[in-house]
Design a protein around this ligand. Structure first.
Ligand code: SF4
Ligand code: SF4
Length: 305
């Protein structure tokens, strides 16, 4: 008998699976620590037409899936709300990962369209590119409409003081938040002074009440590189990626997970040319490091029998 390694206690249970849809490579920010190698400045990327892909999504994905809309920055697409409307008409669920730079009008419309089908709203605070006041203003407005807002702050060097202010404000408005260390292109973390590290750890530990037990380990341990590496090792475990989870690109290509995309393995075919095929079963993980959080948060990884 196989046992799920982690289980989500998310009240919005997904019936079929999760898609990480990289809906754009563009971003209007230019964070020095950005690890998205294919990222393009906003004005360099002409939006591709996604209508045909939406038709194929309707044909290929039966039941209810959660679409994690990620980028780049999803809101920079001129047709972003149109795409969300189309997915909503298929009754799919959503999560979004945004840098919160979009106008309040567009964010509000996104909340209206997704309604009860929005599972989680991640907003990332990049203090290199934005200021705390305007970020907080939007966070408070979103929280009033959609309580499951979650803030992820990226800890830049010399930003301890401003992050301390941010943490105070998020706590005041009861907005769950986590501070992430900057990961450099060589996969190492930025070197932080001890008092900065202590502050991050203390702040993150106070947030644990917001998470179920399976998530606590991952978030707590992700504070330190050594422990981080351990928790993301699933090589040899049975994983439902490719069956109940996959990564979708705008050109129709689909991969079983992010490490599979990076290593050009685990190709599931292309939705636009009708070669896309989900696997019927789990398969053994062959990758050294897993960074597909929705896979383990949704219990899609099983111990070997
Ligand atoms: S907001 Fe995200 S995608 Fe955009 S530049 Fe910053 S880290 Fe990269
Ligand atoms: S790396 Fe891919 S196959 Fe391995 S556990 Fe993570 S999602 Fe599954």
């Amino acid at each position: 008998m196989k046992t799920a390694l982690t289980r989500s206690k998310n009240k919005n249970k997904i019936s079929n699976g999760v898609v990480d849809w990289i809906i754009t490579d563009s971003c209007n920010y230019n964070c020095s620590y950005c690890r998205n190698e294919s990222r393009k400045p906003k004005n360099e990327n002409k939006d591709d037409n996604l209508d045909e892909l939406l038709i194929k999504i309707k044909k290929n994905l039966k039941g209810i899936w959660r679409f994690n809309l990620i980028g780049g920055e999803p809101f920079v697409r001129s047709d972003f709300l149109h795409v969300v409307e189309q997915l909503a008409s298929m009754n799919h669920h959503f999560s979004i990962y945004t840098n919160f730079s979009s106008s309040w009008g567009k964010i509000k419309r996104f909340l209206e369209i997704t309604g009860k089908n929005l599972d989680i709203f991640y907003a990332s605070l990049h203090l290199e590119e934005t200021n705390l006041d305007s970020f907080l203003e939007k966070a408070i407005k979103v929280k009033k409409i959609f309580p499951d807002l979650f803030i992820i702050s990226i800890a830049g060097s010399n930003q301890k003081e401003i992050l301390e202010s941010a943490v105070k404000e998020f706590n005041k408005y009861k907005i769950p938040h986590i501070i992430r260390m900057q990961r450099l292109r060589n996969d190492k973390f930025l070197n932080y002074p001890k008092d900065y590290l202590d502050f991050m750890k203390k702040s993150n530990l106070k947030q644990l009440a917001f998470f179920d037990e399976s998530k606590i380990n991952i978030i707590d341990k992700s504070l330190y590189a050594k422990r981080h590496k351990k928790i993301f090792l699933f090589k040899g475990y049975n994983c439902w990626a490719g069956s109940r989870y996959f990564v979708l690109l705008n050109n129709g290509d689909a991969f079983k997970c992010f490490p599979a995309k990076r290593e050009k393995k685990g190709y599931l075919g292309n939705m636009l040319n009708d070669s896309f095929l989900l696997k019927k079963n789990f398969s053994e993980c062959e990758f050294d490091v897993c960074f597909c959080s929705d896979v383990y948060f949704n219990g899609f990884i099983e111990k070997r029998s």
